[in-house]
Design a protein around this ligand. Structure first.
Ligand code: UD1
Length: 430
């Protein structure tokens, strides 16, 4: 089993380069099967979620070749509709985007239920299903095919529809867009998610010839168009990776320029760092410099759909708030249970009290300890905590981190962090 070994105390300094957005890439790759042809997709992060998706694309008959470190060529000329088994779909959450794209392309999808991080007892997909059904799909197509472990969707013809999402959902918004772009007629998604990756997918689909308006607002309108074509594209920078390094800079009281970012996407993160007394300068169109010195102030955060504070940044801020003087709070309003990382931070001496959806953090000093990553962003929080703790932190279950952060060890080392990856051959992950 591989682990990260972190020795805290070094300030992060210098420059760090952000990779392409995971959550945009994991939607755009499945979208490529909507039209046959050759795509050159730039700014694709080299992370295990992407490798899992290229495996799925290859299973469907696509060819995937890395042209350079971040450019992926995908040839979908020979794609066919095939069942995606659990061995492929459980590798990541975004495998369920193939339900939308297979349905959009072939009027049929058979995809085992997805994997990914768990943030509560269940991670429902009822609104995805309701959306597909509104477009004319039957799920399952017959009672005999009903199976809790596999999603089977079939339509004679997909027809545009008015779809109101009861709750703002990134996944449902994206999946419905994927199914609706080639449907006959107009689809309206009301109460749609407005995240940057939703917009990036819409821009990509429009480059393929789709007619999507309103992405980035809460009403997305799609005029169905069967004649889509392959295209080249460059994926936006990763908002959450950028935010993670900004927080790491603040937590280590460093001075770090975070490059290849869209500052607009970082506004809610920047605002909360400034609340804590961190200096954030927007240098130009694509970099920010974060610097912090001495004691920081506490702050109060509530996670919300974009443009609110992203839930995917709350655990990293949790680690930072442990180092701020006084009492801070985080209210999680997107997921039922996203505070499991606080138990790991407690092993490092953190003073955190969780009551329902609110966690309060009492500033203190952290000490190195043996901890695990409960999920992707929780893993990032463990690294940040390790970087500002006294002594050695040993972090297990790092496969969660490697799903979403490209070369995090190398990038942090280049900024002065004492972090390395080590193999522990005798130990099993459990
Ligand atoms: C995506 C992100 C994830 C992020 C989340 C919220 C990807 C691959 N993952 O996850 O990192 O934390 O957005 O920003 O992009 N819900 C339902 N029914 C549904 C779907 C969702 O009730 O059918 C609920 C969820 O339980 C949750 C809320 O809606 O409480 C938001 O979930 P959603 O935006 O769908 O998250 P994901 O797309 O799964």
């Amino acid at each position: 089993m591989e682990k990260y070994i972190v020795h805290g105390g070094n300030r992060l300094t210098g420059k760090i380069e952000v990779s392409g957005a995971k959550n945009a890439a994991v939607a755009i790759l499945p979208a490529t099967i909507l039209a046959s042809g050759v795509y050159n997709i730039e700014n694709v992060p080299q992370i295990s979620d992407i490798f899992a998706l290229t495996n799925i694309l290859q299973t469907l008959g696509a060819e995937c070749v890395w042209l350079d470190h971040s450019t992926l060529q995908i040839d979908t000329t020979h794609v066919v509709s095939r069942t995606l088994p659990a061995s492929l779909s459980k590798c990541l959450r975004a495998s369920y985007y193939f339900v939308g794209s297979l349905l959009g392309r072939f009027n049929y999808a058979k995809v085992a239920t997805p994997g990914g991080c768990q943030f509560g007892a269940t991670r429902p997909i009822d609104m995805h299903i309701k959306g597909f059904e509104a477009l004319g799909a039957k799920i399952p197509p017959s009672d005999e095919e009903a199976d809790d472990e596999i999603i089977i969707a079939k339509a004679e013809n997909l027809l545009g529809a008015y779809i109101y999402l009861d709750k703002v959902s990134v996944g449902a918004t994206i999946n419905i867009m994927l199914a609706a772009v080639r449907a006959r007629g107009r689809t309206v998604i009301e109460n749609a998610a407005r995240e940057p990756h939703v917009v990036d997918l819409a821009v990509f689909l429009n480059k393929m010839g789709a007619h999507i308006n309103g992405a980035g607002t809460n009403t997305i309108k799609i005029e169905g168009c069967p004649d889509l074509h392959a295209t080249d594209y460059s994926i936006i920078p990763d908002q959450i990776e950028a935010g993670t390094y900004m927080v790491a800079a603040a937590a280590t009281r460093g001075e770090l320029t975070v490059c290849n970012v869209i500052p607009k996407h970082l506004e809610s993160i920047t605002a909360k760092l400034r609340d804590c007394g961190v200096t954030v300068l927007e240098n130009d169109d694509d970099s920010v410099t974060v610097s912090a010195n001495g004691p920081l102030r506490p702050c109060h955060i509530k996670t919300q759909p974009h443009p609110g504070f992203p839930t995917d940044m709350q655990s990293q801020f949790g680690a930072l708030l442990c180092t701020c003087t006084g009492t801070s709070t985080i209210t999680e309003s997107v997921w039922d249970d996203r505070f499991s990382y606080t138990k790991q931070l407690a092993k490092m001496g953190a003073k955190i009290n969780v009551t329902g959806k609110i966690a309060s953090f009492e500033g203190t000093s952290l000490n190195g300890a043996e901890v695990i990553c409960n999920d992707l962003r929780a893993g990032a929080a463990m690294i940040i905590a390790g970087l500002c703790a006294q002594g050695e932190t040993v972090i297990g279950k790092i496969h969660h981190v490697e799903r979403g952060y490209e070369n995090i060890v190398g990038k942090l080392q280049a900024c002065g962090a004492d972090i390395r990856k080590e193999n522990f051959p005798g130990e099993e992950e459990n």
